[in-house]
Design a protein around this ligand. Sequence first.
Ligand code: SF4
Length: 403
Amino acid sequence: MTIFKSICPYDCPTTCGLLVQSDGTRISRVKGDPEDPVCGGVICRKMQHYEKSIHSPERIYTPLKRNGKKGEDCFEPISWDEAVETITGKWKQALSEYGPDSILPFYYSGVMSLIQRNCGDALFNRMGACDLVKTLCASAKGAGYKAVMGDTGCLDPRELADSDFYIVWGSNMKATRLQSMPDLVKGRKQGKRVVLIECFAGEMAEYCDRVVLVKPGTDGALALAMMHVLAKEGLDDADFLQNEAVGYSEFKATLGQYTPEWAESVCGVSAQVIIELAREYAAASAPAIILGSGNSRYGNGGMTVRLITILSSFTGAWQRPGGGFCGCNPGGGPFIDMDRITRPDLRKNKGRKVNINQLAMALKGGQGQTPIRCLHIYGSNPVGSVSNHWVSVRGLKIRIFLP
Ligand code: SF4
């Protein structure tokens, strides 16, 4: 048996370092790599028994072709040659009869590897197929953050060890940011306070000193009211904001109307709790707001994140190690030239844009749009992850693929 170093290929951006025990043909054990600078040896349950999934007898090893009606779950194995011929034959037919707008590639984050996730783009760009606009998870979050911070990345999670107060805002870190949990637990043992702001307490509550429950979609009102208190009580860092921010005075002038009492009527958090929370936040030297993505998935999501990002600067926290805002690295982006993988230069047409959240509408067609005749899904489960679920399912059942 040899131990190989590897990284996790699953669907989250952490890309944890792994130690993989193998005899060269079969994996017998997978552990976190303690030398990995991000995970430090802590890996999640999805990967802890990877040897069982990768060698599972339930894995599909050949292409399968449906030989019954959709939904009957009847498939037969076919060769790779037949699979390639069938798929490319349908593409050619769709291209000649309906044009490239009738072919929709559909992928998301089933695989997070920068190459494996994105390499299909080059093919579909060359084909001139629809251009999928991938706004599923955190686009509004990224836009809200970027509106305040530009291209500046957020706090590196490793800096959380230096924070002296934590607001876990809409994030079940135990499930989705496991690698930062040790900092939170250790910090709490050192006397640092942890506040959870959520729509429901869930399993994070036991790791926090205070739980503040807001009505869904009203987090922005809470952030505004906290800034109202900070400004009113002179707890904002006026020097920092005047020198380092644009529009501070104009923004501050709008805060008068956003009283804690107003916010109470909007988000359901008592005015007294809002005042206490603002004061506690201001009392910290390097407070960190650890923001999840759920609260950005409402119609006001971008503005919600924009306000929480402004809050993270309001007491000058960014000036000190550990202070600021830690999201899913919005603004950081992959530090490579993605064009070398996705090859936008191969596209000769404008390309029909299809928003991933509007798959159902695209499948439904109408209003002069070319109906989607070929939907090529990889690294994604549209039935489980896109909005307007039942219309998508109906579309998948009846509308697509050439006769
Ligand atoms: S947290 Fe889990 S799924 Fe994500 S990279 Fe690490 S081991 Fe993989």
